[in-house]
Design a protein around this ligand. Structure first.
Ligand SMILES: [Zn+2]
Length: 274
């Protein structure tokens, strides 16, 4: 009987120990789980912080870039124009184009791009009020016609009956081409192909118009959307020597900006987005 009691006691003690072990184990698990949850929570909250930091930093970078672009455009007043705008097309030795076939309208007996007919007529009228002899010499020229014109100039230079070689003495074709390139462009490289260029002068000879009149006409040109394209000191960017009669339509806002900042069309377009 005593033995039985002892056994019961020891079973009871073992049972208690077992319960304790289980209880401790459970408690430990609980503790680990709680810590993990807490860590997870901390991690996720730090993730959120990072994300919110990222989003706030990206927001602020967007904000700063927006404010930069706003401030730069507002400080420079650069028009909201693009390189691809129809009135900013560049046709020259570096940007040759095939026949553009622009829609045409006649002003002062010359073909011009129909989109600038009104502006061209208004500009001519204003120029005539400065000097009644102002008239259009040329407007739109097709690539085919430009080719004929260019070849004729080359032949004249070769024979000594040209604009540069007026000596009456024959020169080589290579030399003649060099001469012609100072006042005419090979086919596909003249902006007369766009119908946006107009040769206007009081006379029919190059650079022979009264410089005072040229200055006055040049000054009013931006009001009608035109610039004197090949100005003195801009030869490096335009690739063409000074021409006192070659006006180019670019739109009022662009013309005003270019004139105010003394930029050639080529320099101006380089500042614009595509
Ligand atoms: Zn011209």
């Amino acid at each position: 009987m005593k033995k039985n009691k002892k056994m019961l006691w020891s079973i009871f003690a073992l049972f208690i120990v077992l319960i304790l072990i289980i209880a401790i184990g459970w408690y430990k698990n609980q503790a680990v789980f709680t810590t993990q949850t807490k860590t997870n929570a901390r991690l996720s909250s730090s993730d959120q912080n990072q994300t919110s930091e990222k989003s706030s930093s990206s927001k602020s970078s967007v904000r700063s870039s927006t404010s930069t672009s706003t401030s730069s455009s507002s400080s420079s007043d650069l028009p909201q124009a693009h390189q691809s705008d129809w009135d900013l097309i560049i046709v020259n030795k570096n940007n040759p184009k095939g026949e553009l076939n622009p829609p045409l309208a006649q002003v002062d007996g010359k073909d011009v791009n129909a989109r600038i007919a009104q502006a061209a007529a208004a500009f001519l009228a204003a120029a005539k009020s400065i000097d009644p002899d102002e008239h259009f010499i040329s407007g739109y020229r097709s690539v085919a016609y430009q080719s004929q014109l260019y070849n004729m100039y080359v032949a004249q230079e070769m024979s000594g009956d040209g604009t540069v070689n007026s000596t009456g003495k024959e020169i080589s074709k290579a030399q003649a081409i060099q001469n012609v390139n100072t006042y005419s462009q090979p086919a596909g490289m003249s902006e007369h192909n766009t119908g946006l260029a107009i040769d206007m002068s009081t006379v029919d000879s190059l650079n022979a118009s009264d410089p005072t009149v040229v200055q006055k006409v040049m000054a009013i040109a931006p009001h009608y959307g035109f610039i004197l394209h090949f100005q003195k000191g801009m030869e490096a960017s335009t690739g063409v020597d000074y021409e006192d009669w070659h006006y180019r339509y670019v739109g009022v806002e662009n013309a005003t900006y270019m004139t105010a900042h003394h930029l050639s069309l080529e320099q101006y377009v380089a500042l614009l987005p595509k």
